[in-house]
Structure formats: structure tokens, C-alpha cells
Design a protein around this ligand. Sequence first.
Ligand code: PLP
Length: 374
Amino acid sequence: MEYNKNPQARPTLQNIKPYSPGMPIWEVQERFGLTRVIKLASNENPLGPSPIAVEAIQRMLPELHRYPDADTSKLRKAIAYEKGISFDQIVVSNGGDELIKLVSEAYLETGDEVIVPSPSFSEYEFGAHLMGAEIIKVPLTVDYHYDLEAIIRAISPRTKLIYLCSPNNPTGTYMTRQELSLLLESLPKHILVMFDGAYSQYATASDYTDGIEFVKEGYSLIVLQTFSKIYGLAGIRVGFGLASSEIISHILKVKEPFNVNALAQAAALAALTDKEHIEMSKSINHNGLFQMYLHLNELGLSYIPSMSNFLMIKLGANAKYVYEALMSRGVIVRYGGSWNLPDHIRVSVGTHEENAIFIDQLRTILQESEITNG
Ligand SMILES: Cc1ncc(COP(=O)(O)O)c(C=O)c1O
């Protein structure tokens, strides 16, 4: 036995790449000496939080000496009512991110295989690496849709979990109801599907499904949803999962008792009932997407039509340059390089004014550098 070695972290941690969040506004302000900076990089709700949720937080403040409800009972009841599902089919988490970690901890062992569409949300890989599972990436088709046949071909006896993100981050494309049904029907029984519907509420296509109907039909499927996007509560961290009571019971075993703080529970409960805020958020997004499409068409730029609150824009070889130039002018977007889309930038839909500033700055940068993307 060697006694002179430092404590060794688990080898699988070497596979974990740090998460790269959108650059915060203050950092860009400091770096470029700017006063006004707009952030269109993290798919947040440009309308802000529901005012009813803000009031609920304020009402809760005098109770902060109490631990939160470990069962998130009121919130789960409200979600159960809203989604037409039973209380024991719901788990509430510290953001959707935590749900991905909890599912990984509950289901994955070293050597298991996890099928991850590519490109998609990076946290799926984090969860798999954390547990020493192997990631099998299945590329989207050339037009950025799910390749069902390739997913089915990638299945092996070791496959434990399949992620499907719809609408998919970062492409904004989605899986149709019929495709999901076909896929679920052809899966062997030992596989769990995580259907990530973080952006579900933005999808408008008639053949879109948020996956919940398939949970109700009894498939081995867990649906992820979040309060960070349409509900405008990214800063307070609440997400939830919907699945069979059996799947939920396994996830509850690995959950910390007080994973969702008291303010977050109160805010989410209020946001769920604020239909006016939800409808306004949808409409701002819908109009914002069309505002962007119109001007991008004028500029002769191509983009991936989106069912979500963000848009992938193709800029060719100068995409990184444009991303940096936008930042230096006070518009933070995401560069596509981290998703292996080095010709693209991803821009979140903002308010009408924010979108107009983005378009103006983009136009100026392109004119100055005469970039076109064929
Ligand atoms: C596809 C997808 N899933 C899940 C999440 C997690 O969101 P949160 O942890 O804020 O609930 C995000 C956040 O950006 C996302 O894009």
C-alpha cells in the first residue's frame, strides 16, 4: 500500500469539461468599458420574471429561518393539476440541470452507454461522465433533425439512457410526435429516455409533442421541464421531471432533502399560475423570431428555423470574428464552436428593442468586413 500519494479524485472526473456559461453582462461592461450591454446568450426570458412570482418571494422572506418543504408538496400539487398527472409522478429539482444529474446518479453505472444527440445540451455529457458511463454521440441529420435510424443503430445491450432534446438546444429543431412514438415503440425495455422539454412552451408546430402524453401512456420516459425559460426564473433554479411513479421513486432516493429552496418553491408556484406572463412571453418570442427572420433574410444570411427562443445563424468562416465584434459592441451571443458548429452563432430572442440592436450591430459588422455566407 502506498501512503505517500495525495488523495486521488475519481479518474472519470478527467473527462468532465467545465460548463461554459454565457458571458455575464458585468464582465463585458468591464472588459470593453461599456455602459449598455445586452445579453442574448443564455436563452433567458427577456420579459423578466412574473411579477406575481416576485411578490411571492417577497412574502416568503420573513420565513427564511425555516427549512424548505423537502417534498415540494404545494408545487408538485400545482404541477400535477396543470399537467394532468399524479403527484407521485413528479420530482422537483434545483433547475433542470440537477434533474439531469439526479437521473444519471439513479440510473448510470460505469460502462453503461448513454446516447446523446449531437450537437445538443452539454449537461447530458456531464451526467454521463460523472458516473463513468460511455457517451455515444449520434449526429443530427444535415438539416439538424433527429436521425431516428442512426439512434436505433447506436443501441446496444449496454445502452441505459437516451437523451432527446426537443426543441433542441442549440439548433431549435424538434422531434415530431410521430417520430417519438416510433422511437419509443422500437426501444428495448432496458432503456430509459430523457425527453428534455426545457423549451417546450415555445414550440408552435401542430406535430410537436412535449412528451408528457407518452409518460401518461406508460413508456419508460422522463420529461424534463424548467422554470428558467418561459417562466423567467433562471436565477432562482427550479426544474422538474415527470415520469412513472416507479422512475420517480428511484430519483427521489438520490435527491438531497432540501434541494429546492423556499424562495424558489414559492416563486415557481406563483409563476405557474401567471397565465398572462406566460402568454406575453410566448408572444414576445414569436414576434421576436419573425423580426429576426425578416432582417436576416434582408441581410442574405441563412439560419436554422427555430421552434424555440433562440436562433442559430450561419456566418461562415468569420462567425468567431463576428461573435467577438458583437461582444465588443455590447451584444453577447454564443459562438457555435463549442457545439462543433464553427460557422454559426446562437442568439437568444430578446425584446423588440434588443433584437433591433443586435440586427443593427450585426449589419454594421458585416458591412465593415464585407462578410457574406453563400
Ligand atoms: C436544453 C436544456 N435543458 C435543460 C436546461 C437546464 O435549465 P435549468 O437548469 O436552468 O433549469 C437548459 C438550460 O439552458 C437547456 O438549454
